[in-house]
Design a protein around this ligand. Structure first.
Ligand code: 3NM
Length: 208
């Protein structure tokens, strides 16, 4: 992956969507998202064959738009589908174990400088830092860190690509981009948008 792939990183699972999930994904791809992560969580999450089929449909759309396709927290599915990337949290499979099985790139969620140093030593492709602001899309999200922490991490580890996540939307993206991070990852800003084209532009910092 390239650092610029993190610019607008759309994350989605079927439970996050207001409209049909594949329609939302296709609109987001057409609007210019630069990376996509399938994060199928929650009590109504697809399971088994239905989950695999849905993942394949998402992957096919991403391929059509030449956008990297990432699987959240499911090493076996990432291997089965030969996804471009895998994203893991601190409570998921360990980076070394995931790396031994999956040959694509791996991103890791980090919340401290120590976790970030460990992820870099382990060969992560990028880190996710959040939640920046309060979010209702992740039940067990930590206390918001706001912009000082990603700014400090970018200054301490300038070689490591960083994507900021959590509560980011068009109205509050500017201070996040000003920290020097490579991009922003969003769920609700796109899933709940009435104009995805405009939202993606705003998240790239292209319009006010
Ligand atoms: N991870 P929204 S916050 C998936 O802090 C996720 O690591 C987070 O959704 C973290 O853009 C989050 O709707 C949810 O706030 C992001």
């Amino acid at each position: 992956m390239k650092r610029s792939d993190l610019a607008v990183y759309f994350i989605m699972g079927t439970e996050n969507c207001v409209k049909a999930p594949l329609q939302t994904l296709e609109e987001a791809l057409a609007a210019g998202i630069t990376m996509f992560q399938l994060r199928e969580k929650g009590s109504y999450a697809l399971k088994g064959e239905a989950y695999i089929q849905f993942a394949r449909q998402c992957q096919a759309l991403c391929t059509q738009y030449n956008v990297p396709f990432v699987i959240n927290d499911d090493v076996a599915l990432a291997v089965l589908l030969e996804a471009d990337g895998l994203h893991i949290g601190q409570d998921d499979a360990q980076l070394q174990i995931a790396k031994a099985q999956f040959k694509g790139f791996i991103g890791v969620s980090v919340h401290t400088a120590d976790e970030m140093a460990t992820a870099i030593d382990g060969g992560c492709a990028y880190v996710g830092i959040g939640p920046i602001y309060a979010t209702s899309s992740k039940a067990d999200a930590k206390v918001p860190c706001h912009t000082a922490f990603p700014k400090a991490m970018h200054e301490q580890f300038p070689e490591c690509p960083i994507v900021a996540i959590g509560g980011i939307e068009a109205s509050n993206v500017a201070p996040v981009l000003a920290t020097g991070v490579d991009g922003v990852a969003v769920i609700s800003a796109i899933c709940h948008s009435s104009d995805i084209q405009q939202t993606v532009k705003q998240l790239k910092g292209e319009t006010i």
